[in-house]
Ligand binder design. Structure first.
Ligand SMILES: Nc1ncnc2c1ncn2[C@@H]1O[C@H](COP(=O)(O)OP(=O)(O)OP(=O)(O)O)[C@@H](O)[C@H]1O
Ligand SMILES: [Mg+2]
Length: 261
């Protein structure tokens, strides 16, 4: 479904990604992890042609994205960006309806309205529908942008730190929603900083360090203490999490000493 072959990318003379290859298939949640500045967002940008690769190819359903029109890409791929800034006074409903843009010829149909409503229900944003987008909390805004992505009805959903502004309940609700969508056939690629959430929700994890993919595989294969220590330069313990049947990544912290006198 989504295949990246030997991709290198960067900005001007600056190389950021080197020789990245990965595949994400229907029904899979693929997590991208790695330190700040390691190239995670840059990788997502190349998938939607926001950034042209220096070399290598991105294939969607076997077609090179270079040969696809942007509307064609928008019918297949939805993106939830890391930084969201909308300064126009649209309502929440207007913003979610924008997810239907690739499909709407003329004005929206009942089907479009139903899809938008359904996306807002799933993301717990329906109660916000008449509010202005400029007057939401960070977490509310993030859920609205996720609703817009769902309204786009994508085959491939790219999420760049989708839970960074969310409280624990909304983090779990959104990741459950994404996981269910993947089980129904969507390809999900998500940048996730929280290694414990990545371990639980991802079928496959790609670990980036300095623009290189240093490990790819199941959470058990990638989230080893040596990989994490190498990439993040921090000592960790990885233990089985029997409650969730997943892994527990625990940073080994020095005990805090009282410094105030
Ligand atoms: N528009 C740009 N022009 C020049 N350099 C950029 C640009 N955007 C990002 N970079 C650089 O590319 C490198 C990778 O950035 P990227 O945003 O992909 O990192 P990231 O892994 O998403 O980090 P974070 O976890 O902080 O979001 C960084 O060194 C960054 O400074
Ligand atoms: Mg980023």
């Amino acid at each position: 479904m989504l295949e990246i072959r030997d991709l290198s990318a960067g900005y001007g003379h600056r190389h950021v990604l080197e020789h990245i290859s990965l595949k994400a298939s229907e029904g899979e949640v693929v997590g991208i992890i790695g330190p700040n500045g390691s190239g995670k967002t840059t990788l997502l940008k190349t998938i939607t042609k926001v950034l042209e690769p220096i070399s290598g190819t991105v294939l969607i359903d076997g077609t090179n994205v270079n040969e696809m029109q942007s509307t064609q890409i928008a019918k297949k791929v939805a993106v939830v960006s890391q930084v969201i800034s909308i300064n126009f006074e649209f309502t929440v409903e207007d913003i979610v309806l924008m997810g239907r843009t690739p499909y709407i010829k003329g004005s929206e149909t009942f089907e479009d309205i139903n899809i938008v409503r359904d996306a807002m229900e799933k993301t717990n944003t329906l109660f916000l529908k008449d509010r202005l987008i400029t007057q939401l909390s960070g977490g509310e805004l993030q859920r609205v942008i996720i609703a817009r992505a769902f309204a786009q009805n994508p085959k491939i959903l790219l999420l760049d730190e989708p839970t960074s502004h969310l409280d624990i309940t909304n983090q779990i609700d959104i990741l459950n929603l994404v996981k269910n969508a993947s089980r129904k056939g969507m390809v999900v690629v998500a940048v996730i900083h929280d290694l414990n959430l990545a371990a639980y929700y991802c079928d496959k994890i790609c670990l980036l360090q300095d623009g290189e993919l240093i490990s790819t595989g199941t959470p058990e294969q990638v989230l080893t203490s040596s990989n994490i220590e190498r990439a993040f330069n921090i000592a960790v313990k990885v233990i089985p999490n029997e409650i969730t049947n997943s892994l527990y990544v625990i940073p080994v912290l020095e005990p805090l000493h009282e410094t105030l006198h």
